[in-house]
Design a protein around this ligand. Sequence first.
Ligand code: SF4
Length: 452
Amino acid sequence: MLKPKKNEVRKPTKTLSGITPVAVMLPPRKCEHGDCLYCPSLNVPQSYTPKSPVVMRAKELNYDAYKQVKARINAFKAMHHPTEKIELIIMGGTFLEYPEKFQSEFIKGCYDAMNQKTSKNLKQAQKLNEKAEHRCVALCVETRPDVCSKHIDKMREFGVTRVELGVQIIDDKIYKKIQRGHTVKDVINATKNLKNAGFKIGYHIMPGLPGSNFKKDLRLFKKLFSDERFKPDQLKLYPCQVIPSSGLEEVYWKGGYKPYTKKETEHILIEMLKVVPRYCRVMRVMREIPPEYIVAGIINIDLRKDIEAEFRKKNSKLKEIRYREIGFALRRKEVNLDLDLKITKYKSSGGKEYFLEIVNKNDILFGLLRLRLFDNFAIIREIHVYGQALKLGEKGKTSQHRGLGKWLMEEAEKIVKKNKVKKLSVISGVGVREYYKKLGYKLDKTYMVKKF
Ligand code: SF4
């Protein structure tokens, strides 16, 4: 890599959403239910291929959590990105199925690397991280819908704030066909339990699976947002591809499966993107699989760019979050700073969700907050101020550090009081506890809490 020039931020989109994402890969381990039909087994972390950059980096460091985090922070620093606010993402298989001791040591290794100091135990490492130079503001794990509800307390002890569930499609017949080993009921239960515990929830969705078709994919996708038992906060759209060593490869060679063509993939993605409501963020479209590992299926990983460019050209708007974020809008220089608060209320998994947004008149998004009310409880599941990540304490010209977070919190507290709920909890990354303390919140078990 050529050394970036002074003040040049290399690959600026990486931190455009306001935080610095650090992906850490788990060592290879088989999922306990067996292999899903489309999932490769290539002697690297489950579902990944040997030449994915994140796998290659991790393998070189022997999948050591401490070394991986340290190396990523150093790489971001070298590209002149801020590294004060880290979102840690644990990838590669079903983390919660690894031995308990491994899980906690792996997480501690991550905190130690951010603290640049080895602590005696996880609790001490987290305490240290509250004021560390590299603070963990969010922590994400990927898991299966049937392997998470019973691990909720443990995930909170680790400091997890976001969970990505492999959902793929909500159809039991297809689950059986692709050997997922769980049911739609597991998805519904996991979604409810995670939301009630304050987690932000992402679904991985896979159009074009065996047993599905365009009509079915779209109908079931629409159901994700019309049926209150689902309604995820985020999505990753990964169309099905045939990868060597997967069970699907065999089916494919025998003529039993055909993936979507490029045109069909574009079509389904466009129709899906049109459906996504304003409270949901499409994190990613297409998996980054090196072309030599694709037996069949499309290889274009930047389809999203083309699709969005087409939407913008036609002046037709998408409602999903990422499309409206200020960080991306700033790159197109179309920003108006006349800001307003918008509240969307919707039913979700037996509770009421209030989705608060700070937007300008062009619907560009500057900040958001997710408040959930259920059974006389109130919990903030997410607060996020968008824009290029800034150093803590640095004054922002646009959104971050202009008091937008405080504005959102005050509005959320008003709603809670109006609903006569006496206590508000916030799920908080360990590194954001200090911020909530300044707003009058106190640590209660693993949540920041304010009583009224
Ligand atoms: S659960 Fe995920 S990682 Fe495990 S076999 Fe299925 S697709 Fe692969």
